[in-house]
Design a protein around this ligand. Structure first.
Ligand SMILES: Cc1cc2nc3c(=O)[nH]c(=O)nc-3n(C[C@H](O)[C@H](O)[C@H](O)COP(=O)(O)O)c2cc1C
Length: 177
């Protein structure tokens, strides 16, 4: 059994992207999933001055943690059409520890929002950046109209067609392991 690390690029305690990540993790059939709360690896906004004093320990811990996994599920919220500053900052710091910090391993990219496009702009943004960090994108999935498509009490996607698409995406990730 291989290990998949799953997290969302949100610093919200009620992140809808983390809810989607957890549901996707529940669809993983043959491998172990460990969830990370990225808030546990918080760091100040990247600064060359801070870097001169040393890369923040939480970021070193995150990169070490990621190195111990065989694959990743990453949920990416959208702020003004692209990645959140929080996720971008975490990525920028991580890339200073190890440029290719995803190590060529398979990644499933997810996004959701209450908009019809389900944060597809952020998903596309992150997808395009994966080459810099050696993430091997196995599949992508975005869920539009979160409130109408997801039961937050049960933690499940309610739309059957979307559920099927997400199951297929998790299978594509597992097929790479
Ligand atoms: C500054 C800001 C900008 C946003 N821009 C977008 C956007 O471009 N597209 C979108 O679908 N939602 C946008 N939203 C709404 C987010 O999708 C929503 O806050 C969502 O809950 C964020 O995901 P999270 O709960 O996983 O953190 C924005 C929210 C904020 C605060």
């Amino acid at each position: 059994m291989k290990k998949i690390i799953a997290f969302a690029g949100s610093n919200s305690s009620t992140s809808i992207n983390m809810q989607l990540v957890k549901y996707a993790g529940s669809l993983v059939a043959y491998n172990e999933v460990e969830y990370l709360d990225l808030r546990d690896f918080d760091a100040p906004i990247y600064s060359a001055d801070i870097e001169k004093e040393g890369i923040p320990q939480p970021i070193k811990n995150l990169v070490a943690k990621l190195a111990g996994a065989d694959a990743y599920i990453i949920g990416t919220p959208e702020h003004n059409g692209s990645l959140t500053a929080f996720l971008k900052n975490t990525i920028d710091w991580a890339s200073r520890v190890e440029a290719k910090f995803l190590g060529g391993k398979p990644v499933l990219l997810l996004s959701t929002s209450n908009g019809k496009r389900g944060a597809a702009g952020s998903l596309e943004d992150l997808n395009n950046k994966m080459k810099y960090f050696a993430g091997d994108v196995a599949a992508t999935f975005s869920l539009g109209s979160f409130t109408d498509s997801f039961d937050t009490a049960q933690g499940v996607v309610t739309n059957e067609e979307e559920k099927g698409r997400l199951k297929e995406a998790t299978l594509q990730l597992e097929n790479k392991l």
